[in-house]
Every structure is written in structure tokens, then in C-alpha cells.
Design a protein around this ligand. Structure first.
Ligand code: ZN
Length: 347
């Protein structure tokens, strides 16, 4: 399979935080041919291992498997579903979204509804509707029917968006944060073949609610270096001021210098920049964006782990649909493969 096909399959799969199973199964299937060992830990991280030389350093790659979504918190008498948000979601983008409610009896189609514009007051129309006032309509006539359809409190809800190609380079889909990191990680392991370093490729759980999976994965694996593969904000759209989010789609992978949870270790940053320059791979440096990645937790494991982040610039991140450029994905793979080969010289 090609890199873009991994991305398509992973983007179409559903894995709202805490329910990453579908993504984990895909990742397991795709990684298996390229690694020596693969297992799942007690909380659900997927841990794949490629053996290197015994005395060589151990590198941990982390790509979170979970995506932002919703969770059912109440079924109203008339069958409408109230929900809570999982992960950072802007209330303004929820209205009228097609969604999938994942029940024990299988997936249900639904829509996020609200009062129609025809009967809203002037004041109401100007205001953003809080997520608490929105509801999901799965077509049930009352609570009893919703329950019969399988809906329970705690069911997760994902956005109903199918992967599509916009041009030869640009693709659209849901959950690119962080299925793009997952796809990049598979391709890295495929291309690495023989390598000095011992390399762990970890699909982590529950990143969007506080980097939880990475915390326990790094503790188990005791890496010498951590690299998180994630998605970052592309600020190249109308309305973003210069300097607010400098990364642009199509201009290469983003190397995080600092974010809300991590100051990239100078050795790791140097390794990534040198590898990019030597291989003529374009890259973009970024700092000052809110949010953090798995690298923040890996870095603070045990005695500390030098860590960094490589992110794919993604437009409309944390919304039901995002856009990215496949060149950035390819260049991220090339960069990490080149960097892993040089790790022993930098630690
Ligand atoms: Zn992410």
C-alpha cells in the first residue's frame, strides 16, 4: 500500500478518545510486516518494535491514535441526545454536522440539530450556540426507541467525513490529527529496514484529553530519545495574521521548537535540522502555538528523555474536516528516516 492509502484508511476509521480500537487494529495490521515484535499494553497503546544493535540507543516514535469527538451524556424524553465534547472542539463548528453514534449494537447516523433559523430571534441568530444547548438527532421518536436502537450514556460520537482528494497533492478528511502521524509512522518503519537504533513505534491512546497513553508507554519503554509525530496548525488561510501561526501547507514538515508542554531538546532539534539540511528536505520552525503533544510526556519520563516533535501543517485542525498536502507527509517520512540513522551521533 502507498502512504496516501494508509492515510485514507486511517482517516476513515473511527477512534474517538478512549475508543481507539478500530484505529489500533488497522495500525497493527499495517505495522506488523515491518517490525520484529508488536503488542498492546494494558491500557491500549499499540507498541511495535524494530530491533537494532544491542548497544545502540532506543528511539521512541509516538503517534496518537485518538481523535476529537463527542460523548452521549443524556437521552432526552423525546429521543434527542445531549452530549459532551471530547478534546478541544470549537462550539461554532458543531451545528448541522453529520455524525455517527457508536453504540454496542452498531453505528447510528445522526445530525447535530438546533432551533431552525426561521424561528430564531434576531438576538439568537447573532450568538454562538453552546454545545450544551445542541443535541444529536438519530431519528428516534422517544427515549425508549433511542435505547432500543442501542444508544447508551457514554457512547462516543465521531464526525461523518469521508476522505477525498482535492488535487494531486491536497487531500481532505477527518481526524488528520493524528491519523497523518500514524500513516507517517507506518511508512517510516517500512522504509527503515536495517537500522542501528532500536526503534519503538507507538500508537498512543487518549492524547487529546491529556497525553495519557504516551505517559505510560514511555515509562515501559525507557527510550533514549522521543519523537512525536503529530499534526499542527497551518496558518495560511484568510483571517490569520502574520506571525500568529506561521506554518504553511506544502512547505515541509513543522519542527516544534516550543509549545505549551515542551521545549524541544536542543540535541533533538539539531538532529532534525541537520538531517533536513543534509537531505535537502524543506522544514518550518514553529513556536508559541497553544497545545502540546505526546513528546511533552515522553520528555518527563523517569530521569528525562530528550524529545522533539515533527508535525504536518494541517488546515482546519480539530474540526470535522481538515486539509493537508501529501508532500509534507512524504517529507516528514524522509526526515525521520534520515534522522533515526544519525541518532547515535547526537546523543
Ligand atoms: Zn494531535
Amino acid at each position: 500500500m502507498k502512504l496516501v492509502e494508509f492515510l485514507e484508511k486511517l482517516s476513515n476509521a473511527n477512534g474517538v478518545t478512549g475508543r481507539e480500537d478500530e484505529v489500533r487494529e488497522l495500525l497493527k495490521k499495517y505495522l506488523k510486516p515491518y517490525v520484529d515484535e508488536i503488542r498492546e499494553d494494558k491500557l491500549g497503546n499499540l507498541i511495535a518494535f524494530k530491533k537494532g544493535n544491542k548497544d545502540a540507543p532506543t528511539v521512541m516514535l509516538a503517534a496518537h491514535m485518538d481523535e476529537i469527538g463527542l460523548m452521549i451524556k443524556n437521552i432526552k424524553k423525546k429521543g434527542f441526545l445531549q452530549f459532551t465534547k471530547i478534546g478541544g472542539i470549537d462550539d461554532r463548528i458543531l451545528l448541522a454536522q453529520k455524525v455517527i453514534v457508536h453504540t454496542d449494537k452498531g453505528p447510528l447516523n445522526g445530525v447535530v440539530g438546533s432551533k431552525p433559523v426561521h424561528i430564531q430571534t434576531e438576538e439568537e441568530r447573532k450568538k454562538v450556540i453552546d454545545a450544551e444547548k445542541l443535541f444529536i438527532d438519530v431519528g428516534a421518536k422517544d427515549k425508549e426507541e433511542a435505547e432500543k436502537m442501542g444508544v447508551q450514556v457514554g457512547d462516543v460520537v465521531s464526525f461523518d467525513t469521508k476522505f477525498a482528494r482535492l488535487s494531486s497533492k491536497v487531500v481532505l478528511g477527518k481526524a488528520f490529527d493524528n491519523r497523518v502521524g500514524c500513516a507517517i509512522m507506518i511508512e517510516i518503519m517500512r522504509r527503515l529496514q536495517k537500522v542501528d537504533c532500536n526503534v519503538y513505534a507507538v500508537g498512543t491512546i487518549q492524547e487529546e484529553v491529556g497525553l495519557r497513553g504516551a505517559t505510560i508507554a514511555a515509562f515501559q519503554l525507557k527510550p533514549d530519545m522521543g519523537i512525536a509525530l503529530d499534526a499542527s496548525v497551518a496558518g495560511d488561510t484568510p483571517g490569520v495574521a502574520e506571525g500568529e501561526a506561521p506554518a504553511k501547507m506544502g512547505e515541509g514538515p513543522v519542527l516544534t521548537v516550543a509549545d505549551a508542554g515542551l521545549i524541544a531538546h536542543p540535541k533533538v532539534l539539531r538532529l532534525l535540522i541537520d538531517s533536513a539540511k543534509e537531505n535537502k528536505i524543506p522544514y518550518q520552525l514553529e513556536t508559541g502555538i497553544r497545545g502540546a503533544t505526546d513528546a511533552a510526556r515522553i520528555a518527563l519520563t523517569r530521569e528525562g528523555v530528550p524529545s522533539g516533535v515533527i508535525a504536518t501543517p494541517t488546515r482546519y485542525i480539530h474540526s470535522p474536516v481538515a486539509i493537508l498536502n501529501l508532500d509534507d507527509v512524504e517529507k516528514s517520512v524522509e526526515l525521520v528516516v534520515a534522522a533515526i540513522r544519525k541518532v547515535p551521533k547526537y546523543l
